[in-house]
Design a protein around this ligand. Structure first.
Ligand code: SAM
Length: 275
């Protein structure tokens, strides 16, 4: 019986499961964590290929079912009954150079805060493959000028290369969700292409800019920066927030940080992460 509050839609389409596993391409010895394994639709193939696996599952009633379905691998499956939003992913890594691969057919209601939580471990993560609501993948991958471009695009692209892989229709799940889904690969950069002086400042500037996306930067950024400041960077204060690149936002936030070096509250934990 699927539980709505845990966002449970179980994959049953063997063709789609095979495609996801081929995209992930798990290799022997790799340290992989699966978030929300459910009854093990992806877990089986992941552990068979990697030879070991960590899983983080919140619904304790599913864990005995998962263990039964994975009885051949019980000695190499590590089950963490926990909320992935609060889980310390660095606890899975034992050596300094070790990196984690993350996989999840996520409950869609927690996907954005969970990804922000995972991005805080960016240097310890090799890659992440997620099943997400199609629109969320579109927002992550959007660039300047796209309708879907916003906070999620900029903060994800700050850390990761975003590679949308393929669409998955509702029929692949039981019960079928009301939305279309897509598989995305997020590959954190080893070296950030546009590092910001202060991450909280970047997040503050981006959130403020997109709080009213139809208005000009001069108006939306008024609480943080004057038009003359924006202009001093060669950015037109009459422009709309959706036309600026990630690099522009990094420059605006560095300027804001230089003018207001007092610590800003860290808002990158996913609260209100939708825009
Ligand atoms: N991976 C399975 C599959 O593909 O069939 C299940 C996918 S289902 C969409 C999402 C899974 O995440 C469920 O097993 C659910 O219980 C689990 N889950 C929900 N919220 C969670 C959380 N905060 N932390 C960890 N797991 C969670």
């Amino acid at each position: 019986q699927a539980r709505k509050r845990f966002g449970q839609n179980f994959l049953h389409d063997a063709g789609i499961i095979g495609r996801i596993i081929r995209a992930i391409n798990p290799q022997p010895g790799q340290r992989i964590v699966e978030i929300g394994p459910g009854m093990g639709a992806l877990t089986q193939d992941l552990i068979a290929a990697a030879g070991q696996l960590d899983v983080v599952e919140l619904d304790r009633d599913l864990i005995p079912i998962l263990r039964t379905n994975l009885f051949r691998h019980l000695d190499t499956l590590r089950v963490h009954e926990a909320d992935a939003l609060k889980f310390d992913f660095s606890s899975l890594l034992h050596e300094p150079a070790e990196q984690l691969r993350v996989v999840g057919n996520l409950p869609y209601n927690i996907s954005t805060p969970l990804i922000f939580h995972l991005l805080s471990y960016q240097s310890r993560i090799k890659d992440m493959h997620f099943m997400l609501q199609k629109e969320v993948v579109e927002r992550m991958a959007a660039g300047p000028g796209d309708n879907n471009y916003g906070r999620l695009s900029i903060m994800t692209q700050y850390y990761c290369q975003v590679v949308p892989l393929f669409l998955v229709g509702p029929g692949a799940f039981n019960p079928p969700p009301k939305v279309d889904s897509a598989i995305v690969r997020l590959a954190p950069y080893t070296e950030l292409p546009h590092p910001a002086q202060s991450l909280p400042a970047l997040d503050l500037v981006v959130r403020t800019a997109f709080s009213q996306r139809r208005k000009t930067l001069r108006n939306t950024l008024k609480p943080l920066l004057e038009a003359s400041h924006i202009e001093s960077l060669g950015i037109n204060p009459g422009d709309r927030p959706e036309h600026l690149s990630l690099q522009d936002y990094v420059r605006l936030s560095d300027l804001y940080f230089q003018l207001h070096p007092t610590p800003v509250t860290d808002t990158t934990d996913g609260s209100g992460a939708a825009e």
